[in-house]
Design a protein around this ligand. Structure first.
Ligand SMILES: [Zn+2]
Length: 203
């Protein structure tokens, strides 16, 4: 007998393949859109925000699937390799020392700080490790606290949207990290209890 959970996994896989096909068909269009907006998109990329928001059809699909995903969170979380969790933990601790972006100057010539370089290098490795990541899932994670990096009132600011899928991955990794911490603490406590029991005087 197939459990509800497995059924939903199958549904998800079918829906994912369908959406991938849909996305592939509009991919050329999306790429052209991205290129026309490359200057601002590149800065956004550097600012760890969404480079090119998913197309409408893709975004709608993600919004629909995000509610269906809830019951199968645990199996997805179980697929996250330990190395990915280590990377994520390190990424969260990386400090950015970039100066504020001078939008009136040659902002496209600015260099990223060592922290940002490290963050993107870890990000590349994370993208290889997380299950189900495709080339258009970029960035693969985004902080739920991410804010629009563009100047208020600009066209780019009006277009900016949080990357919901990347933020969902961030939350998933965060939950997995907490779970691992709890398990490690439980095991350490258990080992300590066993040791103290062993050392206690026998009746
Ligand atoms: Zn930086």
């Amino acid at each position: 007998m197939v459990s509800d959970c497995a059924l939903q996994s199958q549904d998800l896989a079918v829906a994912f393949n369908f959406a991938s096909e849909c996305f592939r068909s509009v991919e050329g269009l999306a790429t052209r859109f991205c290129r026309s907006d490359l200057g601002s998109a590149w800065i956004e990329f550097r600012a760890r925000e969404a480079v090119c928001g998913p197309s409408g059809i893709w975004r709608d699909w993600l919004a629909t699937m995000s509610t269906k995903r809830i019951p199968i969170h645990r199996p997805i979380r179980a697929q996250i390799p330990l190395e990915a969790l280590d990377l994520f933990r390190e990424m969260k601790n990386v400090k950015c020392t970039c100066p504020p972006i001078d939008w009136k100057g040659k902002y496209w010539e600015r260099h990223e700080c060592p922290g940002c370089e490290r963050w993107w290098s870890l990000h590349s490795r994370l993208a290889q490790l997380l299950p189900g990541i495709r080339p258009w899932h970029w960035p693969v994670i985004q902080s739920p606290r991410a804010q629009c990096p563009y100047p208020e009132g600009s066209y780019a600011a009006a277009q900016w949207r949080p990357n919901e899928a990347a933020q969902a991955r961030w939350r998933e990794l965060e939950a997995a990290l907490k779970e691992r911490k709890r398990t490690a603490k439980y095991l350490a406590d258990h080992a300590r209890d066993c040791t103290s029991r062993d050392r206690s005087p026998r009746p």
